[in-house]
Design a binder for this molecule. Structure first.
Ligand SMILES: Cc1cc2nc3c(=O)[nH]c(=O)nc-3n(C[C@H](O)[C@H](O)[C@H](O)COP(=O)(O)OP(=O)(O)OC[C@H]3O[C@@H](n4cnc5c(N)ncnc54)[C@H](O)[C@@H]3O)c2cc1C
Length: 652
């Protein structure tokens, strides 16, 4: 769209503006209470507020409503002025600076109220503003945020670099000041909404009607236009940089400063790779970049300033290159709209607000911070005219100072360039330091990571070693337990065997005892018989002798005692031949003694017999009996329930 196709120029705003009614030019003379020159935001707000209070008001606009800066700006609405707040404090002192700040904040609230109350279509207000630094100075930002909060009650947050870069993917940015209550709008639709609201309350707006001259003298001022004169008790000059025809000396107190805007083609998801913040964004340099997302995925990008009035050659390419310097990831971005706008700056960068002569008011020089300040000024002047509100006097320290005319513009441009050069140097230094710091940080992180890895490895080895040690200990403990269990089992088996052997021995002993008793009994039973036999033996011997002597020699058989017959070896010995006493019948005592001896011999034989079964001393009958402590063992191997097994004493 070319500049000629729309009275609003080739702007994205013109492409998305609401429908507007046709507004005629003034073609007759007119008498009103208030005549406003200029239908920018300043003039429209005055008209709206005057009309709202029931006074008659006429607005003279050389072109169309908000065709100049008011309908072309980037739409950021936030408290403050073009001048820095600390410079304002320096100039007027803290108490007055606070009042000025409060007025500027009132301008923000005024706009919010108008948007809501008048239900303005297409204004698309969206919250948040982030002002980012291109030099690294966190402390300065923290101090600044603290000052705004404490001294001015501003709702702001200091964002550290990482937080800023999370939202804005650019290495050019450091810390940022976030104002959650600020917002951004479609300024053309806002201005058109304001005009409609003023008209609704009776204001008359004449487009294509230039104020050619002003006669501020007298009760009723006279404003000449090409086709009619307006007479009014109050005249408000809100023509910004275009007021030269009406009042040249006043116009000479402002410098026209141009700035430029582009809107990209829709970027889709790519935009999200660069800009994630949906509020308004600007950097803090003189003539820095300012931008925001519009229509969901277009980037509206503004920047650069110039004292020249004409639009620069190759503006599109220049703004595209500005975008890519900050966000190279948007390479290939297409630009759909570009335009320029002119702002009025006073030398002190503060608005010019006040009564120049009785009934002659000025609202101008809002610079690059004109949305909230035009609202503030418009309401304040309407109140001053109708209600005698004199808060406009707070701006009296900012006098009307000649801006230097043409040479002033040249001087301002030169000054701007030199300041931009200084800014650029500072920036480069900041980026260099930042890169160096980040590289050092990265090195430190790598070092820390390596150290942590080494530590983890050492810890792993130590843990493995410990685990191995514990496993071995456990294995030893289990083996010991197993060995203990085996030893106990062996001991149990040995004890069992010993017990069985003891039982066996007991049984054998009992058996022997029984046999002994039996033999004693048998011997006792046999004793009388033996005695009788012994008694009868001499008789039989005599008879035998008689028989022998009576019988031939060869037939004589040797007489052998029955006991001797039982022992052949005895028979073989010559001693067995009848001893003198044996030849004589044995006495009863001798027979008994002989029996006792024989019994002892058999007992001895019984006792000796088991020893043949086992060679070890402990395996003697005494050892067999040892398990039973009731028995006394003459061999000395056991006594009092203690016995010896395998050389060890076991206490039973
Ligand atoms: C590109 C750009 C971006 C900006 N961004 C922001 C921003 O984001 N936030 C912010 O706060 N401010 C911003 N500003 C500044 C802000 O837009 C202006 O300060 C503000 O709009 C000024 O309003 P104004 O009414 O004083 O002047 P203007 O909008 O310039 O209105 C003056 C009107 O007076 C008319 N006029 C002049 N002489 C005569 C005459 N003799 N007879 C009849 N009519 C006459 C003109 O045609 C014009 O319509 C920006 C400005 C520009 C150019």
């Amino acid at each position: 769209m070319s500049e000629t196709e729309s009275p609003y120029g080739p702007t994205w705003y013109a492409a998305t503006m609401v429908a507007v009614p046709e507004r005629r030019a003034l073609t007759h003379d007119l008498d009103v209470d208030v005549c406003v020159i200029g239908a920018g935001l300043a003039g429209l707000t005055v008209a709206r507020e005057v009309a709202r209070r029931g006074w008659s008001v006429a607005v003279l606009e050389a072109r169309q409503v908000a065709a100049s800066a008011s309908g072309r700006n980037s739409g950021f609405v936030s408290p403050g002025f073009s001048e820095r707040i600390d410079a304002i404090v320096e100039r007027v002192g803290l108490p007055r600076a606070k009042e000025l700040w409060a007025l500027s904040d009132g301008g923000v609230e005024y706009m919010r109220r108008q948007i809501t109350e008048s239900e303005m279509p297409g204004v698309l207000a969206r919250d948040g503003r982030l002002s980012v630094r291109r030099i690294d100075d966190e402390q300065a930002l923290i101090d600044h945020a603290a000052m705004l909060r404490v001294d001015f009650g501003a709702e702001v947050e200091a964002w550290p670099t990482d937080q800023v870069r999370e939202m804005l993917r650019s290495p050019h940015y450091f810390q940022g000041l976030h104002s959650p209550k600020a917002f951004h709008i479609h300024p053309l639709n806002y201005a058109l909404g304001l005009a409609a609201a003023a008209e609704k309350d009776g204001a008359r707006i004449f487009e294509n009607t230039s104020a050619l001259s002003l006669d501020p003298a007298g009760i009723r001022k006279r404003v000449a236009t090409p086709h009619g004169t307006v007479r009014a008790r109050h005249v408000v000059l809100a023509g910004s940089t275009g007021a030269g025809e009406v009042d040249a000396p006043i116009a000479a107190t402002v410098q026209p400063v141009s700035t430029y805007v582009a809107v990209t083609a829709p970027l889709g998801e790519r935009l999200f790779e660069a800009v994630r913040y949906t509020g308004a964004i600007s950097d803090t340099r003189r003539a820095g970049d300012y931008y925001r997302i519009v229509s969901d995925d277009r980037l509206m990008w503004g920047g650069r300033i110039s004292m020249r009035g004409s639009t620069p050659w190759r503006l599109k390419a220049a703004l595209r290159s500005d975008i890519l310097k900050v966000y190279p990831q948007l390479e290939g971005v297409e630009i759909d709209y570009t335009w320029s706008g002119v702002m009025a700056y006073a030398v002190h960068k503060m608005p010019q607000i006040g009564e120049l002569a009785q009934g002659y008011w000025l609202a101008s020089a809002f610079g690059g911070h004109g949305l909230n300040t035009t609202a503030m000024a418009g309401e304040m002047i309407a109140r001053a005219i109708l209600e005698g509100d004199d808060r406009w006097r707070l701006f009296s320290p900012y006098e009307l100072v000649w801006a230097g005319g043409r040479s002033g513009r040249v001087a301002a441009q030169t000054l701007l360039w030199s300041m931009q050069m200084r800014d650029s140097l500072k920036e480069r230094l900041a980026r260099y330091r930042d890169r160096a710091r980040r590289e050092a940080d990265a090195r430190q992180i790598r070092f820390e990571a390596e150290r942590a890895m080494r530590k983890a490895e050492a810890e792993r080895l130590r843990t493995e070693e410990e685990a191995r040690r514990i496993a071995e200990q456990e294995a030893r403990r289990l083996a010991a337990e197993e060995a203990g269990r085996a030893a106990a089992e062996r001991a149990r088996q040995a004890a069992e065997e010993a017990r069985l052997a003891a039982e066996e021995a007991t049984r054998a002993l009992e058996q022997a005892e029984r046999e002994r008793e039996h033999m004693v009994r048998a011997a006792a039973e046999k004793a009388p018989q033996d005695a009788a036999e012994a008694a009868a033996a001499p008789t039989r011997q005599v008879e035998g002798h008689k028989a022998e002597t009576a019988a031939p020699e060869s037939a004589v058989e040797p007489v052998v005692a029955p006991e001797a017959a039982a022992a052949p070896e005895v028979v073989a010995t010559p001693d067995v031949s009848p001893a003198p006493e044996a030849a004589s019948p044995p006495s009863e005592g001798a027979a008994l003694e002989k029996k006792r001896r024989r019994k002892r011999g058999s007992k001895k034989a019984e006792a000796v017999a088991p020893s043949a079964a086992g060679p070890a001393p402990d395996s003697t009958p005494c050892a067999a009996l040892a398990s039973n402590s009731k028995y006394f063992c003459p061999g000395g191997m056991y006594s009092n329930g203690v016995r010896r097994i395998d050389g060890e004493a076991i206490n039973r």
